[in-house]
Write a protein that binds this ligand. Sequence first.
Ligand SMILES: Nc1nc2c(ncn2[C@@H]2O[C@H](COP(=O)(O)OP(=O)(O)OP(=O)(O)O)[C@@H](O)[C@H]2O)c(=O)[nH]1
Ligand SMILES: *[C@@H]1O[C@H](CO)[C@@H](O)[C@H](O)[C@H]1NC(C)=O
Ligand SMILES: *[C@@H]1O[C@H](CO)[C@@H](O)[C@H](O)[C@H]1NC(C)=O
Length: 405
Amino acid sequence: MKLISTIFFNLILINAAINTENGYCVSKDSCEATKNTSSDKKWLFYDVNPPEGFNLRRDVYMRFAILLSNEQKQGKLKEFGLVLPPWYKLYHWKTTKKREPIPWGIFFDIESLKSFAPVVELYEIFEKSLQKQLIIDTIYVLQNYDNPFENGLFEDKWEVQEECPYVPQYWGYGNITANEIICVKFQGKISMLPELFQLHRNDKFIMVAHGEIPLHDNYGDRKYWKCRKSMKFNKKLTEIAFNYIKEKLNCDTELCKNYLGVHWRRQDFAKYRSKDVPTTSGTVKQIQNIMQNKLPHVQTVFIATDASAKEREILQNNLETLGYNVHYYVPNIAEVTEFDDGTIAILEQIICSHAAFFVGTHESTFTFRIQEERELLGFPSDTTFNRLCPDKGNCEKPSRWTVVN
Ligand SMILES: Nc1nc2c(ncn2[C@@H]2O[C@H](COP(=O)(O)OP(=O)(O)OP(=O)(O)O)[C@@H](O)[C@H]2O)c(=O)[nH]1
Ligand SMILES: *[C@@H]1O[C@H](CO)[C@@H](O)[C@H](O)[C@H]1NC(C)=O
Ligand SMILES: *[C@@H]1O[C@H](CO)[C@@H](O)[C@H](O)[C@H]1NC(C)=O
């Protein structure tokens, strides 16, 4: 750990309009109000690189939640709550009509998250705020080092930079702004972040942009799994998935015995990663193989996928010709309007989590989250850490991240 000696402070006023004679307040009254709301509570916000998908973001959440939980156990960062960054315009959510930021409660069981770390929804902060603007004291914009292996080794380090490319989006809200942006090159464990916060000890609203850059201190340890366990989907989604499993797949226990779960990642994976993923006909062969060898008495296959309608149809026809019952999650008319892409993806993940046997896609975070869920449910790891192989060439076995209790 090394604090590079020269520190440049980078003062950028993002929104000069609010910097009036009255400081950052719109009027005398709101100045008073500001003082009054400034209780001892402090808030840690974070955001993630816009192109990152939902399931990587779940892992980034865990890094921050574990950071706060660990710090607070040691009596540090005691006053801090973690603000859950709303889901806003995710790259993969193409048909999502709702463009306003989606709170975490739509997907997750907030009470369960709170049982692990002091989290709060952004709207709850808004409700507490007596101001017209939410003003973040400092945004730390993290950046990767150009060469992570300087001098031949990967060291944990950070260093303030003069400038960096960054346009704050604030999850689409026009009424959030910041007093100062500090650019920081950062590499290594997330437990190093509180060192940065020492640059401005009195801040009450701190934000970390590019929250995906800091790494887990201990990936896959007991604490990791405790946090992961608390990351339950909300009750409504769990119920919908269970009803589907019961009605369509004829199973009403947690550990189903009568269907195969497949995560068949297509789109960008099929386009750019042909070395890692099979063609449609390769997929058919592998599913047939698994059914014959692993589930000889089972006829039912559930497929989670982002494939096009055309690809789905081809896969389904081929598997049906071989005598299998093929299921995709097809939302009914009410659900199509109510559910966004994120919701459907979660339902498919839950359904794969309960399958007798699961096979996923190489290096897909969507697959990783299903594997974790199955570990928590108690499936034998052999039924979980399986992947679809490319038609030709190497097929490395997936790493086994088994649960630690
Ligand atoms: N409904 C559905 N959506 C999927 C499926 N696979 C991927 N997606 C969508 O595509 C996104 C994939 O991004 P991630 O969740 O980050 O997972 P990933 O496959 O590792 O992709 P990257 O992390 O972006 O490289 C998901 O969040 C979904 O929105 C699937 O099986 N079913
Ligand atoms: C702020 O607190 C002071 C003293 O506690 C009180 O007199 C004042 O009315 C409060 N102002 C507002 C805007 O609530
Ligand atoms: C900011 O705008 C959102 C959406 O319009 C609103 O719900 C929220 O209360 C506002 N926040 C503040 C601090 O006024």
